[in-house]
Design a protein around this ligand. Structure first.
Ligand code: ATP
Ligand code: MG
Length: 400
């Protein structure tokens, strides 16, 4: 049986007062964007809810799109019929027959928006519930702990019925909570951190540090693919490609081997902070997770972000690796992340990076790195900004 409409529940838990209208407008415009190919559908508000009338457009692919829209709490496929009692009863039976395959306790909820309708909601509940019970063998009524609730809403023109509820992504609509710069490596964690930022309503700018030709073209394509995958959830995404080669070589020659990772992280953070200011963003986001690798100890994290004046958000910091992997699979980035291309850091990391880097030593070393400021400035100036989604085959630089 094909649904005729979809009932959308938007941000039920997160919404307060005046923000509600703006929130709903933002979610609705994102929905209209992803459903643009389905030209026949129309949008309606009724009963304080939002409905999509399918007008014969297919439910399944539309539902798949809705599952990727932030701000939708849940949605239900809706079946409609005329407002005669008998057609409501028959529709109710057809719906229950289609969704029940074992003994099930149910109840009927009924609302009547059309006060002309000859039955009040209590009578309607009774007439529909009784009829369904007679015609569907596996059902029994349970008003207090039903496993299924069949909702019937009688409107002026038609009656709407639904029983199934599909979970949405929840979260906030795109951009409703400002903008952040996400440091996107080719790993598993940072794409998840990026997605969590999007879910929380942040617009994001992604930055990636590469060390071409020490890192390959494929390593960069992998990051572009990750960015492309994130655009399943957001209209477009700027990916800032930053050439980190000179800085890395410079640090390797002049730094101290066991502090190299920390020195690199400090330089990355400084560049990220510059991009935050350039793009009018409010924070840096990383995929750091406590204890995961040698540099992600508390002293390591403190050392990498010393002197950074913008907030640094670390959404996966307290997540267990398996939880991060599960989420990466669900959002479609895992299979891309595990492709075996080297990251700029893995190439340059020493055998035993410091887990407890000494800040005084780091500052002293950096004071002697007289070219570092200039190289950081150059890296910022020479960045290339790609607007995603795009095909990975399109080279982003004449040099590659
Ligand atoms: P990931 O899985 O995200 O790569 P990781 O556990 O491998 O994380 P690190 O490689 O130590 O951890 O990196 C920590 C964080 O620093 C990353 O999550 C990312 O936000 C940032 N980062 C590291 N390398 C890069 C890079 N080449 N470009 C952009 N950001 C980077
Ligand atoms: Mg990594």
């Amino acid at each position: 049986m094909k649904p005729d409409a979809i009932l959308l529940r938007l941000g039920e838990l997160t919404l307060k007062g005046r923000n509600r209208h703006r929130f709903e407008q933002q979610v609705l415009s994102q929905i209209q964007r992803v459903l643009k190919p389905y030209a026949a559908i129309t949008y309606k508000r009724a009963f304080g809810r939002m409905y999509i009338d399918l007008n014969d457009e297919p439910f399944e692919p539309i539902a798949a799109k809705l599952k990727n829209v932030f701000g939708i709490h849940s949605f239900s496929p809706v079946y409609t019929c005329t407002c005669e009692l008998q057609s409501i009863q028959e529709k109710a039976v057809a719906i229950m027959l289609a969704c029940i395959d074992r003994p099930t306790r149910f109840k009927v909820d009924a609302k009547r928006a059309d006060k002309e309708f000859p039955y009040d909601s209590l009578q309607l509940r009774y007439h529909v519930g009784g009829y369904v019970l007679q015609h569907v063998d596996l059902l029994s009524v349970d008003l207090h702990h039903p496993e299924r609730i069949l909702t019937v809403e009688v409107r002026e023109d038609r009656t709407y019925l639904f029983v199934e509820t599909i979970e949405g992504l929840r979260g906030f609509p795109a951009g409703s909570n400002g903008k952040a710069v996400v440091m996107l490596s080719g790993g598993i964690d940072s794409p998840v951190a990026a997605w969590m930022s999007l879910r929380q309503g942040l617009r994001i700018e992604a930055i990636h540090f590469h060390s071409y030709p020490y890192t390959s073209k494929q390593a960069q394509d992998k990051v572009i693919s990750l960015g492309n995958q994130l655009t399943e959830y957001v209209r477009e995404l700027n990916l800032h490609m930053i050439d980190f080669t000179e800085i890395q070589l410079y640090l390797k020659q002049n730094g101290q081997e066991n502090l190299l990772v920390t020195l690199m992280r400090r330089a990355m953070m400084r560049i990220a902070e510059r991009i935050v200011r350039e793009t009018n963003s409010g924070a840096i986001v990383t995929g750091e997770s406590l204890g995961q690798v040698a540099s992600q100890t508390l002293p390591g994290i403190t050392a990498s972000s010393e002197n950074i004046q913008v907030p640094i958000l670390r959404p996966v910091m307290m997540m267990d690796k398996q939880e991060i992997i599960d989420l990466a699979r669900r959002i479609g980035t895992f299979d891309i992340s595990i492709q075996p291309y080297e990251d700029c850091c893995t190439l340059f990391v020493p055998k035993s990076p410091a887990t407890n880097p000494n800040l005084k030593v780091l500052r002293a070393i950096e004071r002697q790195l007289i070219d570092l400021d200039r190289l950081i400035e150059k890296a910022v100036q020479t960045k290339e900004v790609l607007t995603l989604p795009r095909r990975v085959e399109e080279n982003f630089s004449e040099l590659l």
